[in-house]
Design a protein around this ligand. Structure first.
Ligand code: FES
Length: 142
């Protein structure tokens, strides 16, 4: 079985909302690189995406942690206001209409939202500091 990395508890993300995290993954040279992702929730389903807008490669949350449109229905890029479905990451309006956020594979394990299929550095691995606005997270692996 693939290694699981717990990112947060399921109860920490409200239905219809999104939360952002900056993980540290291994690049092709085995070096740590910051990896911003976001996790959305619709009912009891959770969806993971890379926090990279298909339009210009910016993080969606121009204001850190702010992912939703004013009505709170869709993911919105804070730069040029592309809007994305919470469950598919599909952009239905905006400059990257028709494109999609890149999917991150999630597994729910005993109430934890976990990512899998990537090599992440854990907190004991030396690496560059997380971005200052990123929420502090504890990564554990099974
Ligand atoms: S960078 Fe996201 S809409 Fe332009």
């Amino acid at each position: 079985m693939e290694e699981l990395f717990a990112i947060c508890r399921t109860v920490e993300i409200d239905d219809g909302q999104a939360s952002g995290f900056v993980l540290m993954r291994m690049d092709d040279d085995g070096e740590p690189e910051p990896w911003p992702i976001l996790i959305t929730r619709k009912g009891n389903n959770f969806y993971g995406f890379e926090n990279v807008c298909p339009h210009q490669g910016e993080r969606l949350d121009a204001t850190p942690g702010q992912f939703m449109d004013e009505e709170g229905n869709f993911l919105t890029c804070g730069h040029h206001h592309a809007q994305f479905d919470l469950d598919t990451g599909h952009c239905f309006i905006g400059p990257c209409q028709g494109q999609k956020l890149k999917t991150v594979t999630l597994v729910i394990d005993d109430g934890d939202v976990c990512v899998t299929g990537v090599k992440l550095f854990d907190e004991d691995t030396p690496g560059p500091d997380d971005e200052p606005d990123a929420p502090e997270i504890m990564i554990t692996s099974d």
